[in-house]
Design a protein around this ligand. Structure first.
Ligand code: STX
Length: 318
């Protein structure tokens, strides 16, 4: 198993104004003259962390991390009252990645994304294929109706009934059946006594189902009320709007990527984004290296997932 690279600090950080009143936190670490890579975090509505720097060889890579609109250290934070979600869509984020590329002075770069980060990586690469040197994708999520139904509307609850019960408990009986819609109302209720517990329940459900074995520290991190509110509001907004994409679009358009070297890493026991989506992508894009890790869930902290990701970034580093 490949360990993480040692902890490093960024040598450059800033806030990038991308318009619509939004500023993105960004940071660059590793070798300033190395091979550029951009890391796309999950959610949507998650955040980058120091761990994310450590899947790249710092001697070989110029590592660019950023927090997507409304998330992490970007401003304003989606937990703030009155945050305008209408300027936060898949296509705003795709345009933001281009602005950031220009801002850090890079012509082309490797794109690394897990979970929602894989969704965004596919959307970005299909829109700007000439800017992408390689793709490293983990825990494939394409925001299809079937994927949302699986995780947010019931079926995955059969595997985690104990946690699912708490997710469902937020929703009054009369609303049961359409949880994404019911949570939309709860999360955007101005009363903190309504949106607060709903956000924690939403984030707890997701964090509890992303690792093969229970990881209380992971759940605690994502159940933090400040993180959970931005995460839940942004995710729910994207899901209510089906990512502003056609159902299955990212897989249908995989042919646009066939010339780009790529690695797909998927955990067999990924309950959040089950292997069928990675498999459908693999079938549509057979040139991409496909790794189905037999003993892993969804998170990039799963040892088998982490190891396969580092092997991929090492190989692409040359
Ligand atoms: N959402 C999957 C995803 O991108 C459909 C994701 N799930 N949990 C996370 O991201 C965090 C690790 C950010 C909590």
């Amino acid at each position: 198993m490949r360990p993480l690279y040692p902890a490093i600090e960024p040598h450059d950080t800033g806030l990038l104004d991308v318009g619509d009143g939004q500023q993105l936190y960004w940071e660059v670490s590793g070798n300033p003259h190395g091979k550029p890579v951009v890391f796309l975090h999950g959610g949507p509505g998650g955040a980058v962390s120091p761990l994310h720097r450590r899947v790249f060889d710092p001697a070989k890579y110029r590592i660019v991390l950023f927090d997507q609109r409304g998330a992490g250290r970007s401003l304003p934070h989606a937990s703030e009252p009155g945050y305008d979600l209408s300027v936060n869509t898949t296509w705003h984020l795709v345009a933001d990645i281009e602005r950031l590329r220009d801002h850090v002075g890079v012509d082309t770069w490797q794109v690394f994304g897990g979970s929602w980060g894989s969704t965004l990586a596919l959307a970005y690469a299909q829109t700007h294929p000439d800017r992408v040197t390689e793709l490293v994708l983990r825990g494939i999520f394409t925001l299809r109706e079937s994927e949302l139904d699986w995780f947010y509307e019931g079926p995955a609850g059969q595997i985690f009934p104990d946690v699912w019960e708490k997710y469902v408990a937020q929703v009054p009986g009369t609303e049961r059946g359409g949880y994404i819609m019911a949570y939309h109302r709860l999360l955007n209720d101005p009363d903190p006594a309504v949106h607060g517990p709903a956000a924690v329940a939403w984030a707890t459900w997701e964090a509890s189902a992303i690792t093969l074995l229970p990881q209380p520290a992971t759940v605690a991190r994502f159940a933090d009320p400040h993180f959970a509110l931005a995460f839940a509001r942004i995710e729910n907004h994207y899901f209510m709007n089906r990512g502003w994409m056609d159902d299955g679009q990212l897989i249908t358009d995989a042919h646009l990527l066939r010339h780009i070297p790529a690695v797909i890493v998927q955990g067999r026991y990924d309950i959040c984004t089950p292997p069928v989506t990675a498999w459908d992508l693999h079938r549509a894009w057979p040139e991409a290296d496909f790794h189905l890790i037999p003993d892993a869930g969804h998170s990039m902290e799963e040892p088998g997932i982490r190891s396969a990701l580092i092997e991929a970034t090492d190989r692409f580093a040359g």
